[in-house]
Design a protein around this ligand. Structure first.
Ligand SMILES: Cc1ncc(COP(=O)(O)O)c(C=O)c1O
Ligand SMILES: N[C@@H](CCOP(=O)(O)O)C(=O)O
Length: 468
């Protein structure tokens, strides 16, 4: 399988090349040149497979030419062997129509582990036997950071620099990153917000002085391999609920549009998805884009769902490219204009195409708290605030009542214990697998919200390692 850039100017890459590059050299995002298709019979034959075997079936067409079946199987078994639940991403029923897809049984208690455990193994596999050192730069609003750090800490040939917004993530999220004291892990708290951090990371990929010196890669969902691994759990959930003979709707708490884009890919591959519900918090650029065509950056407001406090959703570019006719030159122009003005208007034709697959809801803090209470009182499920944004949106969804609605439970409630306790009176405890998080020593560097300061820190530390 070959991967092309959404901005049309970078050379196509195979899966290995796209994974190691992270972002395309023209600033675009990689997408497969075409969507693999599964027939109804092929999907039906996937029922009953264990998670790692299902992952192999789904990912195989995306990695041809880069990984053999044996190598892919090995990577999936290693990635999914360590989850705390045998099903890896189990379903829990809330009532006759609503379900939760629990994506938080990995080492750092959020859905990011599902993809990053696989990506960590893939990096190690692709680097093995090569004299190549990767410098990973990433931005996190709390969950990607810890999942990525846990996936690559201590790995030979990899340095990771993770930027998080100083003071804007939960204590558990921060400690899950800053207490990992491996010498290849560098936590940077920037005095800005997540959008600032994400913009700096993207700028690094376009900074030739930096890319001439360091071999950069990405762990954010700009890296195609992240999204590819997330497609699998849409199939896993739908198969349990009757796919391919019955459609399913998914409600996805959304920030960077990565998780929901993986659901879109699943539907492009043949999974019967009635609708994908894009659930945003009050940082609602995606809801405005989908409901009125107005994709314009607004001031970020801190919320009790910090991981979704995002106003520039990287993966939306992938959707605009795919549904807008896959015209790289036009996309490059659109993104140049968005970067300059902070706004773009989605035309009616494209909005109609998006509307065939997606709906959106904006959920404020009160509605989020009510959803936490509802889940506890009606179904005895303690859910995290991000999941609650998804559940509140699922409750508003007016699709066919016979179609099950699956809300993606993207984080364990203990990551956001204060907000959960405020909403339902229950303070969720951390699972024992995260150990003595609050007794461990922390290490991170606070830097100003200034590209040059961050860039200098990355160069100095990566070079010091290379010369050691
Ligand atoms: C707990 C949680 N829920 C939802 C999201 C939003 O997912 P995405 O950025 O893929 O839209 C994130 C962050 O990405 C998250 O950490
Ligand atoms: N919510 C994310 C933000 C980064 O998203 P990503 O999926 O692009 O890595 C986080 O928790 O860091």
């Amino acid at each position: 399988m070959q991967y092309i850039s959404t901005r049309g100017a970078a050379a196509a890459q195979d899966f290995r090349g796209a994974t190691l590059a992270g972002l395309a050299s023209d600033g675009g995002l990689y997408l497969p040149e075409s969507w693999p298709q599964f027939s109804k019979a092929e999907i039906a034959a996937m029922a009953g497979l264990d998670y790692a075997s299902l992952a192999v079936r789904i990912m195989r067409p995306f990695v041809t030419g880069s990984l053999s079946d044996e190598e892919l199987t090995e990577l999936c078994q290693q990635a999914y062997g360590g989850f705390a639940h045998k099903a890896v991403t189990p379903l829990a029923q809330l009532d006759e129509r609503h379900w939760l897809l629990e994506l938080f049984h990995g080492p750092t208690l959020a859905f990011k582990d599902v993809a990053l455990q696989f990506l960590g193994q893939s990096f190690a596999h692709f680097l093995e036997g090569h004299d190549r050192a990767l410098t990973i730069v990433g931005a996190t609003s709390g969950d990607t950071g810890s999942a990525a750090i846990h996936a690559v800490a201590g790995r030979e040939g990899i340095e990771i620099f993770m930027l998080h917004p100083h003071g804007r993530i939960s204590d558990v999220q921060r400690r899950q990153m800053t207490t990992v004291l491996s010498p290849n892990v560098h936590n940077i708290a920037i005095e800005g917000n997540f959008d600032d951090a994400q913009a700096m990371v993207k700028r690094m990929f376009g900074d030739s002085a930096l890319t001439d010196t360091l071999d950069l890669s990405a762990v954010n969902s700009i890296n195609w391999a992240r999204l590819m691994a997330q497609i699998v759990y849409y199939f896993a959930a739908a198969l349990q609920l009757g796919a391919p003979h019955r459609p399913v709707a998914f409600s996805v708490p959304t920030g960077n549009f990565g998780d929901v884009f993986a659901g879109y890919v699943a539907s492009r591959m043949g999974l019967p998805v009635e609708r994908l519900i894009v659930a945003t918090n009050i940082n609602d650029i995606l809801h405005r884009a989908l409901s009125s065509g107005d994709y314009s950056r607004a001031e970020l407001s801190p919320t009790a769902t910090p991981s979704m406090d995002i106003q520039v959703s990287s993966n939306f570019e992938r959707l605009l490219f795919d549904l807008g006719g896959r015209d790289g030159a036009a996309m490059a122009e659109t993104m140049r204009s968005f970067d300059a003005s902070g706004a773009l208007q989605i035309d009616e034709t494209l909005r109609a195409a998006i509307g065939e697959r997606f709906v959106s809801e904006r959920v404020d803090g009160d509605a989020m708290s009510r959803a936490i209470r509802w889940a506890y009182e009606e179904a005895r499920q303690v859910i995290d605030p991000h999941t609650a944004i998804g559940l509140a949106a699922a409750h508003r969804y007016d699709g066919d009542p016979a179609v099950p609605v699956v809300t993606l439970a993207t984080a364990h409630p203990a990551k956001f214990d204060d907000a959960v306790e405020r909403a339902c009176g229950i303070r969720p405890a951390l699972p024992t697998r995260v150990g003595d998080l609050f007794d461990r020593q922390e290490q991170s560097t606070v830097l100003p919200n200034d590209y040059e300061a961050v860039r200098q820190f990355v160069i100095e530390n990566a070079m010091a390692k290379a010369n050691a």
